[in-house]
Ligand binder design. Sequence first.
Ligand SMILES: Nc1ncnc2c1ncn2[C@@H]1O[C@H](COP(=O)(O)OP(=O)(O)O)[C@@H](O)[C@H]1O
Ligand SMILES: [Mg+2]
Length: 234
Amino acid sequence: MALRAHGLTKRYGSHNTLVRAVDEVDLEAPTGQTLAIMGASGCGKSTLLHLLGGLQRPTDGQVWLGENRVDTMSERALARLRRDDVGFVFQSFHLMDELTAVENIELAALLAGRSPGRARKRALYLLDRVGLADRAMHLPSALSGGQRQRVAIARALSNEPLVVLADEPTGNLDTAATLEVLRLFDELHAAGQTLVVVTHDARIAAVADRVIAMRDGAFADDNRLVGTVYDGRR
Ligand SMILES: Nc1ncnc2c1ncn2[C@@H]1O[C@H](COP(=O)(O)OP(=O)(O)O)[C@@H](O)[C@H]1O
Ligand SMILES: [Mg+2]
């Protein structure tokens, strides 16, 4: 199992300001599964991803990434887990503006202790894999939104993470760029990468192995039918 959560809960505030952002969620994602999580704004999708990837600590419940228990980890171990075992992809890309595409990607490998030569080689390989070999020396400002997101996906893959967690990765993209990113996720899926994608886009959900609808911090509906387009009503 790549990812597992039990009774996962995150509350904000207290008494009359209490928000149950994530409310006793149970989840199991086998290695290689693509899981789509859909739901209205504010239902807890981002918080859930943050809990799964060790960006935030739960109020209650347990999370395992591979063999590692995440919720009780030390800060030091968490930093390492986020660096080595999780690849994050955000709606707004979060690239470093002053670094080129290849530098943005190799940074994660350098921080993980790879030699500069190996980090560069891996970054160039990943750029090629996302179809941007000819954009290695471009700054993010010289790339389109779809290209920036593909650089961000390459960066997420740089340390061969157990799981890629993507939070509305096509939320800022037009249709053509969305299709590029969609094709890339499809390729990652085919290559056996475990993926959890929060999305409003039914086209991404349609290629997922499993679609979970979230409401008020909890799973409202779970569609395990492979290849079935989620119709939003069931
Ligand atoms: N730092 C915070 N403090 C208080 N409430 C928060 C905080 N972050 C998120 N929330 C609340 O938790 C709920 C879930 O938020 P979020 O996970 O961002 O939802 P989504 O990603 O589905 O839009 C919302 O009601 C939001 O207002
Ligand atoms: Mg969100």
